[in-house]
Design a binder for this molecule. Sequence first.
Ligand SMILES: Nc1ncnc2c1ncn2[C@@H]1O[C@H](COP(=O)(O)OP(=O)(O)OP(=O)(O)O)[C@@H](O)[C@H]1O
Length: 212
Amino acid sequence: MNQLVLEEISIAAPDAPSSLISDLSLTVAPGEIVTIMGRSGIGKSTLLSFIGGHLGRGFSASGTVRIGGRDITDTPAEKRKIGILFQDDLLFPHLSVGDNLAFGLSANVKGRKERRRCVEQALKSAGLDGFADRDPATLSGGQRARVALMRTLLARPDALLLDEPFSTLDNGLREDIRQFVFAHGKDQRLPVLMVTHDEADAAAAGGRRLLL
Ligand SMILES: Nc1ncnc2c1ncn2[C@@H]1O[C@H](COP(=O)(O)OP(=O)(O)OP(=O)(O)O)[C@@H](O)[C@H]1O
């Protein structure tokens, strides 16, 4: 069971007199969405960076991060199996939609045919059947957001971190993409941590909230 466990996490910004995050402990169950809120600059994105293994230079941190019992605190980012989705997640402009997805695909999926099959299946479940050869520049914002999510999920992450992933989408679309992301998180039994400023995002997630 992949639960995400944070144990006594403290993080200090470069040259800052006090910690941004002090002694934070939290367990996120498989399929659970925990929403992180708090004023601008409080350290929400920094916390996600730390969990993902991308803490900025000069920051210092202590504490332990576990996924499914595995201590990943010192594991390099690319081996953590944590999917991260940002606001304005960019697709590679020089690759087709299909190749963008193939890029995300776990190295465990071997063989050209099998990789192609996975990409096509992902496009289908994103409602983008037949989009494999499209140039990302020709997609709408919502289509791009769905491709970005599928690319993240194809890496078969053990947990999902969302950093205001819906904030650039307009209202109608936002609701659709939100449901799409949450449904995939729940289906795949991923622990999900979502940073947002938007009350509607938190309400839609429906789970626990952490106010920093
Ligand atoms: N490279 C850096 N050097 C020094 N301080 C930094 C650096 N990057 C971020 N910070 C500081 O760390 C603090 C936390 O930033 P962070 O981006 O985590 O905040 P946040 O809660 O996500 O804010 P927002 O809601 O505005 O996105 C901020 O005060 C920011 O100024």
